[in-house]
Design a protein around this ligand. Structure first.
Ligand code: ITT
Length: 191
């Protein structure tokens, strides 16, 4: 069994990472003591920079290889926002609900609803970067939420290939196509 530690405070991401490892000989575990460690500073300009910063911040605390994910939603009509600010789009006390509300406000009346989810995963050993893996998926932003699955912007993200939102898809369905699914599969294939 190969063990990879993961550094995330997002329960939705952790659920998806665990699903990825289910059918493999790889075990994905939340870094022990993650919540007691000071948070990584995510002040990079890109998903890749932030993923590397996060992984290098937590890497030395892991007894082996560790990865971190930086991901978010890029909306065409908003010039790529919220992008790296996806988690805190509606401010420092943001919740998924307040972020989704703000997104709908900003897109009210917009004809162009095109958006993509992007994910970068950085894998490190200590502070040495072993690899960076990428995933992206295109969709459109609806004008009201649908479904209660997933997390974050999933209920607003309509996936044409499924004919429903990521919030209406099952976890397995979402992961088979999602930005995070692509990046995790690339990482696991590289091991
Ligand atoms: P960690 O940094 O602790 O991993 P985080 O939620 O702060 O958790 P990010 O800084 O990478 O993570 O921000 C990602 C945000 O982008 C996330 O909080 C959601 O709002 C959104 N997001 C990313 N992937 C998503 C997905 O699969 N479905 C819905 N929203 C997603």
């Amino acid at each position: 069994m190969t063990r990879l530690y993961c550094a995330t405070g997002n329960a939705g991401k952790l659920r998806e990472f665990r699903m990825a490892a289910d059918s493999t000989r790889i075990e994905i575990e939340l870094l022990p003591g993650y919540r007691q460690l000071p948070a990584a500073v995510e002040d990079g300009a890109t998903f890749e920079e932030n993923a590397i910063r996060k992984a290098m911040h937590y890497g030395p605390h892991a007894a082996g290889r560790l990865f971190a994910d930086d991901s978010g939603l890029e909306v065409e009509a908003l010039g790529g926002a919220p992008g790296v600010y996806s988690a805190r789009f509606s401010g420092p006390l943001a919740t998924d609900e307040s972020n989704n509300r703000l997104l709908l406000e900003k897109l009210r009346g917009a004809a162009n609803r095109q958006a993509r989810f992007v994910c970068k995963i950085a894998l490190v050993e200590g502070q040495r970067v072993v690899g960076v893996y990428h995933g992206a998926v295109e969709g459109t932003i609806l004008d009201e939420p649908r479904g209660s699955g997933g997390f974050g912007y999933d209920p607003l993200f309509y996936c044409p290939a499924f004919g429903c939102t990521f919030g209406e898809a099952t976890g397995e369905q979402k992961f088979s196509l999602s930005h995070r699914g692509q990046a995790v599969r690339a990482m696991l294939a590289s091991l």
